[in-house]
Design a binder for this molecule. Structure first.
Ligand code: DSN
Length: 439
């Protein structure tokens, strides 16, 4: 950072502060991770200077011999890792990747069907105010009373609505995604099946979550969650997809540029290539398996403390807790946990009575702490801290009146940052975290 220090000390200082924060806290946002130094070097490389509109060997600008090689490497590594015939590594992130697929496969106002945002679907799966809802017609399935996908209900809805595209893949769902069942439902109604596996890609690669490849036509994934790469995304087309429509690669490419984007970010492409290389190692398989072991251990410890886990537990990297029985909402709980050095997010739970601003729950995940080398024994400690924090803020229920809610929230925010017990836990967390290096 020596050059940045002299050119822009303000930004250098902020980056330094963020680096410290990432070391000193338990980073448990389910969609976050620590990219390796190699990934970050590629991301910070001179490739950021280049424009490469088009695709390898079919560019609009000169000087792309190296960029071509970089993109080809990323594509070939992804094809091999996921066992698919076509990959596009250009989407700038997950939301653009999904939008590219919609633009490629759907016409204005065509129906797409995904899990409701209020039950763990992503905003781009037809969420209110998103492009997917403004330009297409979303229909939504929800979860059963047990907090799990109800495949019979999903099939019924698909038969009734006949969507052109069905989306399976979620942002807050702690159970295995049954791609086979989704594939059968899509085939029954003649729909395309898009699996958005952003959250579980690393687990799929590690072999601890089933792969959608035999069942989906198109797969989208971000590259920075369990896959542990840079921020970015990929679109994969399967053999099944090519069989349904051999023009899919062309449609996806046209929807990428000029449809949604201009030039790809070649530095990001290089970093994705590096991450894919890292993900193809035996160590990565072990890492993926440990993410799940950690999440399951943490879940069982939390249950011992009386936490109410959505669906009763987890099969993947993610835990969703309904805090209603603890008499505190998600917003207050997440803030109190942050004060104590445990960083996660407030999250709606199935059938939530509170709006997204407050939520009844919190979502957490184990990818980042597993990258730091934490194992089951550390999960016991983390659950105990979480329990102490929630105990400390339990009873902070929201008044019915909306104005009063904000008043209560303002007071809570002022007081919680001074709470001695939480600050003591934050100190313990900081000391504990020193034993687990970040890349
Ligand atoms: N923000 C990501 C997540 O947390 O799931 C998805 O966009």
């Amino acid at each position: 950072m020596s050059k940045l220090n002299s050119t822009d000390p303000e930004i250098a200082k902020l980056i330094d502060l963020e680096a410290k924060r990432q070391v000193q806290v338990l980073e448990m946002i389910a969609s976050e991770n620590y990219a390796s130094r190699a990934v970050r070097e590629a991301l910070g490389s001179v490739l950021t200077n280049k424009y490469s509109e088009g695709f390898p060997k079919k560019r609009y600008y000169q000087g792309n011999a190296v960029a071509d090689e970089v993109e080809i490497l990323a594509i070939e590594r992804a094809k091999k890792l996921f066992n698919v015939p076509y990959v596009n590594v250009q989407p700038l992130s997950g939301s653009p990747a999904n939008s590219i697929v919609y633009l490629a496969l759907l016409d204005y106002k065509d129906k797409l069907m995904g899990l409701s945002r209020d039950f763990g679907g992503h905003i781009t799966h037809g969420g209110p105010l998103s492009l997917s809802a403004k330009f297409f017609t979303p229909v939504h399935y929800t979860l059963g009373k047990d907090g799990e996908l109800d495949y019979e209900a999903i099939e019924k809805l698909a038969l009734k609505e006949k969507p052109k595209l069905i989306i399976c893949g979620f942002t807050a769902y702690p159970r295995i995604y049954d791609f086979k069942k989704f594939g059968e439902i899509a085939d029954k109604v003649g729909a395309y099946l898009m699996a958005d596996v952003s959250h579980v890609t690393g687990l799929i690669v590690a072999g601890v979550h089933p792969s959608p490849v035999p069942y989906a036509h198109v797969i989208t994934t971000t590259t920075h969650k369990t896959l542990r790469g840079p921020r970015g995304a990929m679109i994969l087309i399967t053999d099944k997809g090519l069989k349904k429509n051999p023009d899919l690669p062309k449609l996806i490419e046209t929807a990428t540029i000029p449809g949604m984007q201009g030039g790809p970010h070649d530095n990001q492409t290089a970093a994705i290539a590096v991450a894919l290389k890292e993900a193809s190692t035996p160590q990565f398989k072990k890492y993926g398996a440990q993410i799940v072991k950690n999440a399951q251990k943490l879940a069982s410890e939390l249950i011992k403390y009386g936490f109410n886990l959505s669906s009763g537990g987890t099969d993947n990297h993610l835990i969703l807790i309904d805090l209603t029985n603890k008499k505190v909402n998600g917003a207050m709980a997440a803030l109190a946990l942050e004060v104590a050095g445990i960083v996660l997010n407030k999250n709606g739970v199935p059938f939530d009575k509170l709006p997204p601003y407050w939520t009844s729950g919190i979502r957490l995940g184990t990818p980042a702490i597993t990258t730091r080398g934490m194992k089951e024994v550390e999960m016991v400690k983390i659950a105990s801290w979480m329990n102490q924090v929630i105990d400390e803020v339990a009873g902070n229920e929201l008044p019915e009146d909306k104005e009063k809610r904000l008043e209560v929230w303002r007071k809570f925010k002022t007081e919680v940052v001074k709470n001695k017990k939480l600050l003591r836990i934050a100190k313990e967390v900081k000391i504990f975290c020193q034993k687990y290096p970040v890349p």
